[in-house]
Ligand binder design. Structure first.
Ligand SMILES: Cc1ncc(COP(=O)(O)O)c(C=O)c1O
Length: 454
């Protein structure tokens, strides 16, 4: 410990935290770790926030021995529930460096170096979209915040001073859009024009066109945007982006593409054609913390013409007057001001391994998905619900009830074999695997499928 500073320095504690972190990155986390009842946890950790403090060594012990084991191993290759994560070692360890550098990355003035690197990562994404070099945006916490920020920018672009509309603003989306889209509508006090999906839940240009044509003149004036999904959460289906973009162009409405989960597949040549038409979108989100191998929390939000976002998101006040507005201030492009340079672990990983390796990693995950879909087809007691577009496999166990799916899911979670939670397709319970980890092996998943035979 040293004196002469307010907070005592304990270098051995700093090293212990770093050592534990590096070991966690190298060894991974036991897949049997799981949530525990709050009373049990509180009982075990006792009062940790006390007048005198419990000391860093004890807090670290509780974290490593009690708290982390009460969290789910998101990056385990057999975590196939929800949308898991598979950050690279480089990305994970760099998150420590980003913390240590303590960068305020809301404004260029304070975060220039970090923002320059983040912007290169965003430019790579914009290049995958086929967007002009002027495209740009910022990193936000997740798809939920990215979708909301983009829709707020879209609405602002549609506003004409002095022009009143009869009723609330409205955007179009399909029922398969992520729950964050409904949340955005509630926050923005907007209506949603529901556009029915096709047999796979895919929004088509035809269905969108019919929905828009059915609007009264007043309602048409309320429509400011369409949300298409590039990789639905439940089924991994990509909307008919070309058809939807054409209808948006014809009607002069903003097209936002939610690629929070599936946008990663833009990097994969084998499925790139599914994204045709995305070059016509106005805003886009993808979560590197999902399938682009970065740690939480990291969503890339990109605008084709960022000025629309800056017009509504820039914050002004006397204490902000000195900011240079001609520089790239990430605070201008989403609902935030202070921000961590949360795109840097993603940037570091991209810089370390290269974009070719990234493409290969996404292709590997797609190949695993196709391999697992084949394994499902081989088993007479299973039915594949649909051919996977991306990396979600929906399938049914013939004759099983909801309770049987649930019991099987819990049993496998408890044994640490696989995390797979049932979902619904057209109202009936089905199983769902979502792959994001290039280390997931088809053979291991095939053994899991065998366990469904009994
Ligand atoms: C398509 C889609 N959009 C948005 C989200 C929300 O992203 P986040 O959880 O990062 O807020 C998700 C999450 O799974 C998603 O799959």
């Amino acid at each position: 410990m040293t004196s002469g500073r307010f907070w005592p320095r304990d270098e051995s504690l700093l090293r212990a935290v770093v050592d534990w972190s590096v070991n966690r990155i190298v060894d991974g986390q036991d897949p049997m770790t799981a949530a525990r009842p709050p009373e049990e946890l509180l009982d075990e950790i006792g009062d940790t926030v006390t007048a005198g403090g419990i000391g860093g060594a004890e807090a670290l012990r509780l974290f490593t021995e009690v708290l982390v084991p009460a969290t789910r191993a998101q990056d385990d290759p057999m975590n196939l529930a929800y949308v898991a994560a598979a950050p690279t070692e480089a990305a994970l360890v760099f998150d420590l460096a980003v913390s240590a550098a303590e960068i305020f990355a809301g404004t260029w003035e304070s975060g220039a170096g970090a923002i320059a690197a983040e912007n290169q990562a965003l430019s790579w994404i914009a290049s995958l979209l086929g967007w002009p070099a002027a495209a740009g945006g910022c990193f936000v916490s997740g798809g939920t915040m990215g979708n909301l920020s983009a829709l707020v920018a879209a609405r602002s672009g549609a506003e004409t001073p002095g022009v009143e509309r009869a009723g609330r603003w409205m955007f179009a989306a399909s029922p398969a859009a992520h729950s964050s889209i409904g949340s955005a509508a509630r926050v923005m006090d907007c209506d949603i024009l529901e556009v029915a999906g096709d047999g796979r839940g895919r929004m088509t240009g035809e269905a969108l066109s019919a929905a828009v044509a059915g609007l009264s003149t007043d309602d048409r004036a309320r429509l400011f945007a369409v949300v298409a999904t590039a990789g639905t959460t439940n089924a991994g289906v990509v909307d008919d982006l070309a058809g939807v973009a054409a209808v948006c162009g014809d009607n002069d409405v903003w097209l936002h593409v939610d690629g929070a989960y599936g946008g990663a597949a833009l990097a994969a040549r084998s499925v790139r054609s599914l994204f045709d038409g995305i070059e016509g979108a106005d805003s886009f989100v993808v979560d590197p913390h999902k399938w682009l191998f970065a740690p939480y929390d990291c969503c890339a939000l990109v605008y084709r013409e960022p000025v629309h976002a800056a017009l509504v998101h820039s914050q002004f006040a006397s204490y902000l007057e000195q900011l240079d507005r001609s520089e790239w201030n990430p605070a201008d492009y989403a609902i935030h001001l202070s921000r961590r340079a949360r795109g840097l672990p993603f940037w570091f990983s991209l810089a370390t391994y290269g974009t070719d390796r990234y493409s290969e990693a996404v292709e590997t995950v797609l190949a695993v998905t196709r391999g697992v879909a084949d394994e499902v087809r081989l088993r007479p007691f299973l039915d594949l619900v649909m051919e996977p577009d991306l990396s979600v496999v929906l399938f049914e166990r013939r004759g099983w009830s909801e309770e049987q799916y649930q019991a099987w899911s819990v049993e496998n979670a408890v044994s640490g074999t696989v995390l797979c939670v049932p979902t619904r397709w057209e109202g009936r319970p089905v199983l769902r695997f979502c792959f994001v980890n290039p280390d997931t092996e088809v053979e291991r998943v095939a053994r899991v499928l065998d366990s469904l035979a009994d």
